[in-house]
Each structure stands twice: as structure tokens, then as C-alpha cells.
Design a protein around this ligand. Structure first.
Ligand code: DX5
Ligand code: ZN
Length: 234
């Protein structure tokens, strides 16, 4: 069913994991019940932080049994799209401000056999994607300004989720919300129509914790979201 969040997905951001043991961290969150794995790629140019590139994605890919959800905060990404596809990304999302020829960038992603996404910063209006909707599999609503984990959720972005759902019509485009998601904010975005919740610090804490801790953290977010979806009980 299009644009229904009846089974909300949790995509922990490995930005808050222990980078010295990414394979272990990914196995732990998947055993703990996550649905996707969110990979934040930053270049210290588009955003003021620096993380990983396609080679690390290639090395972590065999540890991911679910879905590799790659969020590119790099400008420009075009020359590296092939490398991220080859590394095994299932979804690649780009920021429109970093890609003036967004339609072409999305065509390239699709041509690589990867699902295409766009990430909208808090200050970015939804009309930037109005003319590329048929090229999209995913829209990420940034509920913080991109660059860092552990920031406070921006309540101003909740209405954007509702506006996107209206804009999508019957199209099968998932809405992912990224930034400041925890048990207290998950219901707000689930109620507005989010399908996928990214959570970094609320799942990993400071990282390198037990699978049981991760399972409890994921369950707390999922239960909080499910309580407001279609009358489902968490
Ligand atoms: C921010 C990243 C997010 C971040 C979320 O630029 O895109 O994915 O890791 O972290 P939390 O959940 O801690 O806000
Ligand atoms: Zn992200």
C-alpha cells in the first residue's frame, strides 16, 4: 500500500556506533531487530563533519543482512555514485542543494540499479522535488541540520511530513525522518506519516554496547511509534 506506515521501519545510524568495530555493531543492531542500517557519509564541505567513503561501505556491506541506507552529505556526489552503488548501497539519498541537476543525478542512481532518495534540510522547501517525484523511492526529512548526531529534534519539520504525503498522491515513496528521533519524538513523526525512522544516539548511546541494550532502545522507539499508527498497540 502506498504511503502507509503500518509497519514502521527503524534505521539506526551507525554515525553513533563504535567505528573501530563497525561489523560487530551492525551485527548487534540487526540481531536487536532493526530494519535498515543508515550510513551517514559526510565530506567536511557540504556539512562541517567528516565520516566515511565508498571503501568503508564496501567493507561493512557483508555485515548488513537488511538494507543499506546510504545518506550522502557530500557535494557533489555525482562522481562517486558508481562507487557507492558498487559498494552495495540499496538506497542512495542526496541533498538537492548539492546537486543543481537533481533530475540527472536521480537518473544516474536509478541507472545503477539503486533506489533513489532526496534529503530535505530543515530550511529546504518541498517544492524542490515537485518535478522529480516519479524518480523517487525515498524522501528524507531532516529533523536536524545535517552534520552531527545527538542534536535536538526540530518540531517545525512535522508539518513537512504531512505536506509531502499530500504531494506524493498515490506514489509509492517512503518518508524517512532523520535527526533527534527517540521515544518521545517518534510518535510525532509516525502520526504525521513517517515510514522509516533514523536513530543514531537513541539506539547506540555512546556505542559499543550490548545487543540487549540495542534491542531495548530499538523496541522503545518502535513501540512509541506504533502506539499512534492505525490504532496498533506497541
Ligand atoms: C545527521 C545524520 C543523522 C544522525 C542522526 O546529519 O544524518 O543520521 O546520525 O543522529 P541522531 O539520531 O543522534 O540525531
Ligand atoms: Zn542521516
Amino acid at each position: 500500500m502506498s504511503n502507509k506506515n503500518a509497519s514502521i521501519k527503524i534505521s539506526p545510524s551507525i554515525l553513533s556506533a563504535d567505528f573501530a568495530q563497525l561489523g560487530n555493531e551492525i551485527r548487534a543492531i540487526e540481531s536487536a531487530g532493526c530494519d535498515w542500517v543508515h550510513v551517514d557519509v559526510m565530506d567536511n564541505h557540504y556539512v562541517p563533519n567528516l565520516t566515511i567513503g565508498p571503501d568503508v561501505c564496501k567493507w561493512i556491506r557483508p555485515h548488513i543482512k537488511t538494507v543499506m541506507d546510504v545518506h550522502l552529505m557530500i557535494e557533489p556526489a555525482d562522481a562517486l555514485l558508481g562507487a557507492f552503488a558498487k559498494a552495495g548501497a540499496d538506497y542512495i539519498s542526496v541533498h538537492p542543494e548539492a546537486h543543481p541537476h537533481l533530475d540527472r543525478t536521480l537518473q544516474v542512481i536509478a541507472g545503477l540499479g539503486v533506489k533513489a532518495g532526496v534529503a530535505l534540510n530543515p530550511s529546504t522547501p518541498i517544492n524542490v522535488i515537485e518535478n522529480v517525484l516519479d524518480r523517487l523511492d525515498l524522501v528524507i526529512v531532516m529533523s536536524v541540520n545535517p552534520g552531527f548526531g545527538g542534536q535536538s529534534f526540530l518540531h517545525s519539520q512535522i508539518q513537512k511530513i504531512r505536506d509531502l504525503k499530500t504531494m506524493f498522491g498515490g506514489r509509492d515513496i517512503l518518508i524517512e525522518v532523520d535527526g533527534g528521533i527517540k521515544p518521545s519524538t517518534a510518535p510525532l513523526v509516525a502520526e504525521a506519516g513517517a515510514d522509516v525512522l533514523v536513530a543514531g544516539s537513541a539506539v547506540f548511546g555512546k556505542g559499543a554496547q550490548s545487543e540487549d541494550v540495542y534491542a531495548a532502545n530499538i523496541k522503545a522507539i518502535r513501540d512509541a511509534a506504533n502506539r499512534v499508527i492505525n490504532g496498533a498497540m506497541g
